[in-house]
Design a protein. Sequence first.
Lengths: 467, 476
Amino acid sequence: MRNIIFKELKELSRDGRFKSAVVISCILLLLALITGVNQYKKSNQQLTESVSKERTIWETQGAKNPHSAAHYGTYAFKPKFALSLLDYGVTKYTGNSIFLEAHNRNEASFSEATDQTSLARFGTLSINFVLIYLFPLIIILIGYNSYTKELENKTLTMLKSQGVSSVKLILGKWFATIIPIFILTIFTFLVIGVVLSNVHDLAFFSWSSLMTLLASYLVYYLIISTITVLVSLFSKSSGTSLVCTLLIWILFSFITPKVATNFANEAHPYPSKSEFNAAVVEDKKNGLDGHNPWNEAAQKLELETLEEYGVEKISELPFNYSGYRMQKGEEHEAQIYKKHYDILNEIAIKQNKVYESLSFLSPFISLRFLSMDVSNTSDKLHWKFTNAAEKYRLQKQEFLNYDIKDNSKYGERGYNMTEEKFKQLPKFNFTPPTNSEIIKENTQNILFLCLWLFLPFVGLLIFSKNK
Amino acid sequence: MFLNNLSHEIKLLFRSQWLLVLFISTTLLFTFAAFNGNKNVEKRLNDISKVTEGLQVQDSAMLSTLTKIEKGEAVDGPSWRLPSDPMTIGYRHPRLAIMDPNEFSFIATGQSDMYTHFKSPTVYGNNFALDYSEMINPVQLLFGNFDLSFVIIYILPLLIISFTFNILSKEKELGTLRLLSAQPLSMINWLLQKTGIRFLIFNLISIVSLFFVIAIFSPNSLGDGFSMFGLVALLSAYNLFWFVLSCIINIKVNNSAKNALTLIGLWLLIVLILPASINQIGNSLYPVPSRLKMINEIRLIKKENEESQNKIMDEYLRNHPELAQQSDKDNFGFWHNYFASEKVMEEKTKPILVEYEGQLKKQQDLISLFKYLSPAILVQQSLNNFAGTSEKHYNDYKKQVFEFSDKWRSYLAPMLFKNQKFTIKNYNEMPMFNYENRIKNNIWLSSVILVFTSAFVFFLFNSKRLKNKSAQEFID
């Protein structure tokens, strides 16, 4: 078998097409890496500047009524993650900053894609783009004729007459198909790792995540190699084998994901923004309103508070009731938002399930989701970020409302919080999930990838025995 | 010779069942894609009808209250909330600015999955800074839709490649090329005719499939001859480009497996690598102006101008104008001050937004120049333009909404200042939004560019060969 592998690799090293494919891929990788690092540095710098400017604006707003400060609000910015340089995921389609104000939970605004032309819909040249679309093509280029060429050159009979076992022959071909791509991929990841380790101000970089990505891509390449050799085994000519493997590649990488989009949209449609907002307004109308003391729920709260403190009038309470009521109103509104955002998240999860369930047609989908998750550029991470921002908004509201509650008197007009106090508001902090948590969340994707590897490989062994 | 060639080619294709396979696969692909595109349009229309119905319910309640007021009957609710107050109309009954799909929107989803198709600009507030993005799972945007535009741009070239990659090389490999070259005919003419015949057949099949899906999903648009011809021209020009490429590769490479590989390589380059690289390099060289920087600047201005706004109006009331309205007494004064205070902020922030939009437009114009580098980009942009789903359409829609909100404010504000009541007559005559497609459809221009590109590429690579009638080079 070793001889077969060496012979195949030697042949490959003389193949001009293979060499040019590798050279083109490497140039594209280099281009993606250079532009990616530049963009990363630039946007990271912009982000750091914006975070510090926004904080300064908050801290230097001067003495002000806390509720006015709550309306003036502040921003939560999504950090740039190290591996986003490798896989852009959905970052382009989600905003990176959320305005945190009183009474309203806002969505992340200004996604890059809404500012770009429709050219962006073709995809972006990133390292992931080369790894997920082009490397499988190199595998196809290496392996499409691995078996058929023996048929066409009439060398199969010669090989058999020498007593080479079919299984060893096929496994040799299989190894010869994966070895070059393995070397190329490992080298690529090493370079990425070294470059990333040397980028200044890199947030959340871990070699374990990078290695997880490497392992995922290698498994995907094993799948593609196995299928390619399997197809070659069944084909009568190299041409047919090439057409079939290319068809499979297109089916995997383009057709299934796009069809899944249409299925997901049809089965679990998102509400329109206005529909969503109308539902929130409706619930707000019938719920507790922080500003309206005559509202039923607010009245109930008032009675309960008076009872708890054993007093008859609000003015007799040991704190300013307005601040307390405002906070309770805010919490109630936050619950309404939570209810509706949870429904939305549920739809997103169901849609993603449609994609993931179509993984039986394409391992590409499993890899795409896994890669985005590990790189912290998935929609799951965006949900985590928006939830963390909402949590921080409530914390900020409580900080401001309880200042009114504790430091002003009921009915006092013109109360202002000191500038110094604004500085005491804790800063927004968002930590992404750890690599092991992400792996746990992706068990289904990993399982699908393993199945995709296992079944065709068993098929390859069985069919090569019969050849 | 041409007729001989034609009958021979058709006979061959029929016997190999290629035509049947091609016809069925094209029709199925077109139908499925158009079905998906149509579903997207249906969702858009469904969303629009939901908001329209909501507005109608609100309007009919408002109109019945207005009728009662005009008849002098008693009405429920506090006086500051009555629709006879023009500001109640401006604040609580905003008009809908709807962007309806056009007849061909199902062809290309384009940017329609990202943006909203209706807005309700209120009489006050930053109507020039409204957020037009629609709620959508970003994964859907990442993977994109299986629509007609996808089939035309990505799949049709692959079908063309599989239909043409071995026109010449097959004859060579079967040994029939030598026989052919013994005939009194020019090989290059023979090849061009053969490719031409296949182009006509393939084009006919794709046009028939296109008419078929349009007849099913948008029968009315069949009557729009000019647009239909434009679409057919673009489709044919794009098909022609791929046939020309295939013909060149057939002549230059002349080996079935190598032909197929080279053509697939070209396909990859044109539909995948070039657009993705142009996108990445373009955005690196001419980056989209930073929204974060814009946010910072606006925040700073807001902070600096708070004082001057506060002089005009108490901050709390500025944040909650709906509460200030509750007193009838100061209504006039309140709104007067409110507009004044908002105007202060608008005047300060507008230049930043205008500058940002200007920079963005410049960047987008620069990037869109790159469309000429790949026919796939050109066709994508043309189809989006044709379907009314391009970024230009959405930018223009934003502009139209802003123009409308200005018009609407100019109608209501004087009523407030003159202390006029809002009546049913006003309801019937107040400005309404009508979306107008003001973007020029460049489908003919794109088709012409594609034909010229094809001709240029053809003569660039084949000029020598066209003069040389010898068959020897093909056989070798």
